[in-house]
Design a protein. Sequence first.
Lengths: 507, 251
Amino acid sequence: MVAVQETIDTVKTLDIDQYKYGFSTDIESDKAPKGLSEEVIRFISAKKDEPQWMLDWRLEAYERWKTMIEPDWARVAYDKIDYNDIYYYAAPKDWSDAPKSLDEVDPELLATYEKLGIPLREQEILAGVRKPSDEAEEEGEDDNIYKSGRVAVDAVFDSVSVVTTFKEELAKAGVIFCSISEAIREHPELIQKYLASVVPVSDNYFATLNCAVFTDGSFVYVPEGVRCPMELSTYFRINEMNTGQFERTLIIAEKGSYVSYLEGCTAPQRDENQLHAAVVELVAMEDAEIKYSTVQNWYPGDSQGKGGIYNFVTKRGDCRGDNSKISWTQVETGSAVTWKYPSCILRGDGSRGEFYSIAVSNGMQQIDSGTKMLHLGKNTTSRIISKGISAGRSQNTYRGQVNVARRASDARNFTQCDSLLIGDRCGAHTVPYIEAKSPSAQLEHEATTSKISDDQLFYCLQRGIPEEEAIALIVNGFVKEVIQELPMEFAVEAQKLIGISLEGSVG
Amino acid sequence: MLEIKNLHARIEEDGTEILRGLNLTVKAGEVAAIMGPNGSGKSTLSYVLSGKEDYEVTEGSITYAGEDLLELDVSERAAAGVFLAFQYPVEIPGVPTMTFLKEAMNSQRKERGEGELSTPDFIKRVREEAKKLEIDFNMLKRPVNVGFSGGEKKRAEILQMSLLEPKLCVLDETDSGLDIDALKVVADGVNHLRSPDRAVIVITHYQRLLDYIVPDTVHVLSKGKIVKSGDKTLALELEEKGYSEIIEQAA
């Protein structure tokens, strides 16, 4: 079964230059000297007003990084990165005098976030400025979308956190939600205890680089027994040219607590490639649950593969306590090259890890993404649902590892990897590694690859559904299982984003 | 309603000619049965009528409600009232049947310049029609045709047909894979749709279906041409004598 000729023709002339968030903000910025050196790291640390131990930690990581080599095992190809041709720190000018409240924030910045659809003014969020989308109205059952609508946001612009909303209200519940820079200053005991406790400093090339030069990101601490009263989210924006973004996020959920966190990301349309190398660490103690969702929409480059973000990210969750749970949900539509494997270490007995992913690639995009589930505790379970959609001339790889240790008796895993191809010039690849050292492990793996068939399209068309809508209908059916895992507020947006990403892939 | 003149059509990919000068007229209110052996071009006729891209019309014309049908693409024909009940209804995983039905109904309404149906009106309509076809409403929450039995699939096709209210219904071997009870339900559904302003083309191998959907005219298709036409007794004659004898006589 092959896609209709018209689809193929359109894909050939494919133009994905319709990235909605490609504008840049004209704001004067304060940058570190270009390139990577001990001085630059000292500069960053000084800008952040960090204690000596933090600087020492960074410098040690830098020394380590210099001895490492860039990994090349992923199914992605890109021009060699010149690490000395990147700015490692860029902040809106005069950030040393950081704004105390939203009123002091540069209006240019606020306008940027407004344009991106990210509400930063608490009163606006409370007043329900965000309008329910048409889709939400259409589906009767989704009526409650946006009614609650309260999401605390940490907005990171290049290398600094611009503002964090709802901090006071969260503090009342005992929840700490702030930028990681602030956490290093205000809560050093928590940082020293947990930073790099999930992703060790020397874990991998990009993670080690991140340790040396990370600039900002979010910090969340949910104390024992607290159910975080609202969704937390961080919105990452790369604005400056030739600038890398090195975010660092740390989320700790103490015994019996719950938190749901969402990250979103966009960048301006630029001709050169930009590097985004983040590290995200999650720690879930006994009976705690962390739900981490990502809607990644970095600039993917143009139809010829020029420009776009290199997204090299290390995300890992540690189910440290018994019966804890960590769930990753990701919708990946952006970036020129993606290298990302959100993973779970299932250390506590009875702990549970989940990975739900939709990876959409179009144009010349390359995605190598998946997950690792490391079963260490007894009765641990994991579930992997991965949906890859490839269009244009893109390459989309699922790479996963399920590992069951000897003492992890009665571990269970279910993996399902489905790929959908649109057109005949894209590729879908599935690379699952499974290793079981415990004889009582139960592992299931299912994989399918399909094309939107002529028959499906003809069936929809014959019922009067136009082609563009028919493709959207079929694709939405394909990703449904994963969309359901997203927080309600974002499910509709994710669905729309997938539609936009595939625009131009059909006639 | 429908006038096919000297229709020649071939498979686009390899150029094999399937329809070789087919003539057929179906009037509004008429139920016409097309019968013929395997490979005579029955399914091709249904695909050419609905506009499937894999077939190329090389000669002849199809006039539908005074318009040149060949000028319209697949979804335009659907909106103009041409409905094909598939021999093998297609599965669409993850898309609830209700969503699909609503999308189809509203797309057609939009194409015709009518407003969208409200959700309560839509649900009410579906409930009514589903009841007539003995379709469990829960089945419609399941993805389109996924895991449906043969009978459920065919009933779902007839349900779509009743909801979309087409002017020209083409039933491609709707009886295949149906037990006798399901056959009766499906035939009842079709009979309900008989009306003075609607034409129905029933494509079938066997006389059996025609016991329940009694046709006004019967046409024998052989090697891409209608070789013999008659009333319902022709179907009985075919059943008795077999295709080869009738076709030989006609030649």
